[in-house]
Design a protein around this ligand. Structure first.
Ligand code: PMP
Length: 450
């Protein structure tokens, strides 16, 4: 047995004990709680790395769930944000920069004929669904299993895969993400398994006339980066057109990351409405709802409501202007995708040397790692992978200076800074090798005990 890695978390642990008295679970978002003695508090981030308050340094592949597309505290974007600060914040009036950023978005994403800004992914998708309902005069909507679209009530429905048995011919139950979500909404929500063509056609045949929208994340940023096949999204496009349903492609995670025009550009499918958030401003809070002109014009007096006190805040907007300029005009996206390729190849070498069957899904800029021969093509197939191996490996990686999500359903995110700092790759691969061996030891010891 190899010795377990040691990491000092004395200060984080003490901070947790103080924080939990004031903040539920000691954090500001439930997913930041990693246990009483493993919740870490950040001192700062720079490039592809994060430092906690104990001085531990991590190569970070969560990147705040994706926003830091260039890297933390990017000098170019931060300088722009400072210029935005001088503008004065929010005025309940518009500034000229809104048009500049909107034009950049339309140039990069052809489906974004018209653009509105919001502050978070949740707000943007909420606006998109409202817009679809306003345009179609319908209320129900279709979700895809494994997708996540934010914290508003209509989006907080999922297939209960934890209590679903692999191979079962019964569908998993549609359940709310947690308490406090009104059950009355359930009758409006429908859900279908990704990449199942027949089920999709059947769903539209039965309910298509009542759908305002179909929401899809063609690369599931909250479910191992499972990919929709291009033909599946094309079928969704055809069916939406046929039944007068708004196709909403949610690119909150994939947008300005997997390509300049997002996953819709990669797949060659044009949505009616689309949403962006994370990578837009390299971490400054800004999101986008965009789409077809006649649909977007529903945002008007007497039409669909949209707005918000902090919408198009001068700091976020200036950050977005610079971040999108960099993504559009420089090879940043190639740099980070290339880094992702090298990281996957390096990890495969380590895993292959130990005979560990694995595969990747998604895109090199945001990929899922699976301990199964082929990557799953929908959420149900995720159950075929050995996610307990992943979970344990992630646990060791934290101790070894690598931040990945403890849950295998969250992909690994790359940033430009990873690709520009050679030590990120070497440090990561060293840690992965050690974590894999420790995980093997762990399961071997468990097997002996059993
Ligand atoms: N849609 C997708 C695809 C997301 O990944 C997320 C967040 N992970 C959201 C919507 C909600 O975004 P936010 O957390 O910024 O509200």
């Amino acid at each position: 047995m190899r010795p377990l890695p040691r990491r000092t978390l004395t200060k984080s642990n003490a901070q947790f004990q103080r924080a939990v008295k004031k903040l539920p679970l000691g954090v500001s978002s439930t997913f930041r709680y990693w246990g009483d003695d493993r919740t870490i508090y950040v001192d700062h981030g720079k490039g592809g790395r994060t430092w906690d308050i104990d001085g531990n340094n991590y190569v970070d592949y969560r990147l705040g769930y994706g926003p830091a597309i260039l890297g933390y505290a990017d000098d170019r974007v931060d300088a722009a944000a400072r210029r935005g600060m001088e503008v004065g914040g929010v005025f309940a009036l518009s500034t000229e920069r809104e048009l500049i950023v909107a034009e950049r978005i339309s140039k990069m994403v052809p489906a974004a004929e018209l653009v509105r800004f919001s502050n978070s992914g949740t707000e943007a998708v909420m606006a998109a669904l409202r817009l679809a309902r306003a345009y179609t005069g319908r209320e129900s909507y279709l979700l895809v299993e494994g997708g996540y679209h934010g914290l508003f009530d209509a989006a907080m429905w999922m297939s209960n895969m934890d209590e679903w048995e692999l191979g079962s011919n019964r569908d998993p139950d549609l359940v709310p993400y947690g308490k406090g979500i009104p059950h009355t909404i359930k009758k409006l929500a429908h859900i279908t398994p990704m990449n199942d063509f027949e089920r999709l056609e059947d769903m539209f045949r039965k309910h298509g006339d009542s759908f305002a929208a179909m929401l899809i994340e063609p690369i599931q940023g909250n479910c191992c980066s499972i990919m929709a096949s291009p033909d599946y999204v094309k079928l969704a496009r055809e069916l939406c057109t046929k039944y007068g349903v708004m196709l909403i492609i949610d690119e909150v995670k994939s947008g300005f990351r997997v390509g300049k025009s997002g996953i819709q550009g990669v797949l060659g499918v044009t949505p009616d409405i689309t949403t962006f958030a994370k990578a837009v401003g390299n971490g400054y809070p800004i999101s986008v709802v965009a789409g077809r002109e006649d649909v977007m014009r529903m945002f008007r007096y007497g039409g669909a409501s949209h707005g918000g006190t902090y919408t198009a805040h001068s700091v976020s907007l200036a950050a977005a202007e610079e971040c999108l300029r960099i993504l559009d005009e420089t090879p940043a996206l190639e740099t980070l995708a290339n880094y992702g390729e090298r990281l996957m190849a390096g990890m495969s070498e380590i895993l292959n040397a130990r005979g560990i069957v694995h595969s990747y899904s998604g895109h090199p800029s945001m990929f899922g790692l699976f301990f199964a021969e082929t990557p799953p093509d929908n959420y149900r197939a995720w159950k075929t992978s050995d996610y307990s191996f992943y979970d344990k490996m992630a646990y060791f990686l934290h101790d070894l200076g690598i931040i990945v999500e403890p849950d295998s359903r969250e992909p690994w995110f790359m940033c430009e800074a990873h690709g520009l700092d050679a030590t990120c790759l070497t440090d990561t691969l060293k840690a992965v090798e050690a974590a894999v061996d420790l995980t093997l030891d762990h399961f071997e010891a468990e097997a002996k005990r059993a």
